[in-house]
Design a protein around this ligand. Structure first.
Ligand code: G3I
Length: 360
């Protein structure tokens, strides 16, 4: 029987087998056609739909348009996608008064045409801001810029986005601000109220999309993650208490094989608290950094990465608040961890390694 819990088992089979085939060098291209084992009723998309779950990946819109193998994989495997970069400020805002929706429009139209749900990523973040931001946005006009952007973007796609990352990564304890707030560009000009402003604007623009707070570094029982998780939970509880429209929390889940053994009670407690606040929980950017395992040990690499995916996703899906699982990149070749100049992973042998949720 297909239950939420058996999704982890299917995932293990998919990642392990796919990893094996890739290591066997059966495919010539970095992004190739998935083997028949993962198509149709055996695809992740079908496994997810049978359990009323949303499963998919962030999508590189350049590859989506230029690479038919990549495009086919997205359609075959995903019933939800987010844009890795195409809906960020830097992509949408060529100038202070200008919007360029061309790419984002095509991305949303592609999803619609293929019966795939969309996560919007993101409406307010300290990164990926346009170069004109500094020097243009200040204390006097910041609220106007933020609300106008959200009204235009969330308004344009009203009814087409299952969930929006309204505010992304607002907590950074290292910055030593009250409440653990990150001392980022929006915080500097608006203080902590930028969060409430953004969520209220998003609700006004799209009454039914699931408004999400999204963050990383809250997964393990290590000291830093434990402290950050508490700060995030306090923020979410404060927002609920103040009547700020908030529907979900996104746990990014950029994992590493080294920290796999440290995931358990803290995150489970967080899931319970989130459910108590009435929030849905999404895994929004799942991947596993396998950098610490030697080049010469592909078998160990594949086994450990697949086991971590199985245990992690299986554990989270044991909590009914968790409904959506998205990886951050559908294949090793398209993962940000393997991008030229990437800082977080030293070894870049691409498809030779089992890194992505859907390794093909
Ligand atoms: O598109 C330009 C290109 O025109 C230019 O020539 C080139 C030169 O550097 O840059 C290109 O933009 C890059 C963009 O990715 C598209 O490839 C940016 O420099 C680069 O900073 C950007 O990185 C993205 C990063 O967010 C910052 O926006 C990564 O692809 C993306 O995977 C990463 O995703 C984030 C999530 O949004 C939030 N959570 C963490 C996650 C990983 O960092």
């Amino acid at each position: 029987m297909r239950t939420r819990r058996t999704f982890g088992r299917d995932l293990l089979a998919a990642t392990a087998l796919a990893g094996w085939k890739s290591r066997g060098g059966l495919f010539a291209d970095a992004i190739s056609i998935p083997s028949s084992e993962f198509r149709g009723a055996a695809s992740l998309r079908a496994h997810a739909a049978a359990r009323s779950l949303y499963v998919g990946s962030a999508v590189n819109t350049g590859l989506l348009e230029d690479d038919s193998g990549y495009r086919r994989t997205v359609v075959e495997q995903c019933n939800i996608i987010s844009a890795e970069n195409a809906m960020k400020w830097a992509a949408l805002r060529p100038g202070p008064e200008q919007f360029d929706f061309a790419l984002a429009d095509r991305f949303v139209a592609f999803a619609e045409a293929n019966g795939i749900a969309v996560r919007g990523h993101n409406l307010c973040w300290h990164e990926a801001l346009p170069t004109w931001f500094t020097g243009t946005v200040n204390r006097d006009n910041a609220e106007q810029f933020l609300t106008a952007h959200i009204a235009a973007v969330a308004g344009r796609y009203q009814g087409k986005i299952r969930s929006w990352d309204v505010v992304n990564e607002a907590i950074s304890l290292a910055d030593n601000e009250p409440g653990g707030m990150r001392n980022g560009p929006w915080y500097k000009v608006l203080g902590p109220r930028f969060i409430d402003i953004a969520f209220r604007a998003a609700r006004a623009a799209d009454p039914r999309t699931l408004l999400t707070y999204n963050d990383y570094g809250i997964e393990t029982d290590g000291a830093a993650d434990t402290a950050k998780r508490a700060a995030v939970l306090a923020l979410l509880a404060r927002m609920k208490h103040d009547g700020v429209p908030l529907d979900a929390v996104g746990i990014q889940s950029h994992l590493s094989v080294d920290s796999g053994g440290q995931i358990g009670s803290g995150l489970n407690e967080f899931l319970k608290e989130a459910a108590r606040l009435g929030l849905k929980v999404f895994i929004t950017e799942l991947d596993v950094n396998d950098d610490s395992i030697g080049e010469d040990n592909p078998k160990k690499r594949g086994e450990q990465v697949a086991a971590l995916y199985r245990n992690y996703v299986g554990m989270l899906l044991g909590n009914r608040a968790v409904t959506d699982v998205l990886s951050w990149g559908i294949s090793d070749g398209s993962s940000w961890l393997n991008a030229p100049g990437a800082k977080f992973r030293a070894r870049h042998s691409g498809r030779e390694e089992t890194l992505s949720l859907i390794h093909i």
